[in-house]
Ligand binder design. Structure first.
Ligand code: TMO
Length: 309
């Protein structure tokens, strides 16, 4: 009897404890991981309990919809707008506003590749030069994609590109491939994005596919190929948002004002990734250093008319 009530008490206690712990999603690219650590530390400083939960982009939607996770600090338009918009519309997710940063996620190449493929960055140049990107001696080019869902196969088909896709399992593997190719000056085209540390170390350009439009993803008749959707690139000047579980604002009103106030610029996001990927700090070290060096910035984010309890 005693042990049963102890068990019940224990269960009750763990529900109470976990109910006021904010579970933050840790994804798999550097700026997101460091920013998540920064925000977790700042929340903890305010007395809020935080737990970090690793999740892939594709898994995070279910977790955030069901309150298994509560907060995601970097939702990128180019790779995530379709799911995000749908879930916000359905009332399953809460939009906690945009960073001031504008983003782009797209096929990218280091600048020297232009010597091998005149006409770049226009996508039509890829039609003529697919063979230089081949790894198997055929004339089929290889595009190296990150572990984030993109309709690359659909785009290759719609734009009639002679390419196949290799999806690397970790984001960091992209940079291994980039450094290897750069060292030998061999042609490479791979997924990249901005803001990111890459732009501080490598000259390069995004492929200019036909401009993105919403209709491109829905209406086959739109664009250069009347039979298929996805005959366009990803958005340029895309948004970068913070997303929360739909019950977040009600459960954590003060914290929610704080998160809404957080807004990083392109330079700040790219610096968060450079601290790790260029300077070699751990994610935790980078977060601690950022908090030390940016007191003015984060103090402005703290809600004025709100006391945490
Ligand atoms: C979501 N990402 C920045 C990796 O494209």
């Amino acid at each position: 009897m005693k042990s049963v009530s102890a068990l019940i008490l224990c269960m009750f206690f763990s529900i109470v404890v976990s109910a006021d712990t904010i579970r933050m999603v840790v994804n798999n690219w550097t700026s997101q991981i460091v920013l998540t650590h920064v925000v977790a530390k700042l929340l903890e400083q305010q007395g809020t309990k935080v737990q970090l939960v690793e999740s892939s982009v594709s898994e995070q939607w279910g977790a955030l919809s069901h309150g298994v996770a509560h907060l995601q600090m970097e939702v990128w338009e180019g790779t995530m707008s379709a799911k995000f918009n749908r879930l916000v519309k359905a009332g399953r997710l809460s939009d906690l506003g945009s960073h001031q940063a504008t983003t782009r996620e797209e096929w990218w190449y280091p600048l020297y590749v232009e010597e091998f493929c005149p006409g770049l960055p226009d996508w039509k140049a890829l039609k003529k030069c697919s063979a230089i990107f081949s790894k198997d001696g055929s004339n089929k080019g290889l595009y190296i994609a990150g572990p984030w869902e993109k309709p690359d196969e659909a785009r290759i088909r719609a734009l009639d590109l002679n390419f196949k896709v290799k999806v690397v399992s970790k984001g960091d593997d992209l940079w291994v491939e980039l450094k290897k190719a750069h060292h030998k000056r061999t042609p490479i085209v791979l997924f990249n994005w901005t803001p990111n540390w890459v732009e501080s170390r490598f000259e390069g350009k995004f492929i200019e596919f036909p401009d993105y439009a919403e209709a491109c993803e829905k209406d086959p008749k739109w664009g250069v190929n009347p039979d298929f959707i996805h005959d366009c690139g990803n958005p340029k000047g895309g948004w970068l948002k913070k997303a929360a579980w739909s019950g977040f604002k009600q459960t954590w009103p003060c914290e929610s004002v704080f998160i809404e106030n957080i807004s990083l610029s392109n330079q700040q996001i790219s610096m968060l990734s450079a601290m790790v990927d260029v300077d070699g700090l751990s994610h935790e070290q980078a977060a601690a250093a950022w908090i030390d060096n940016n007191k003015k910035t984060w103090r402005m984010w703290l809600p004025k008319s709100c006391t945490y309890d």
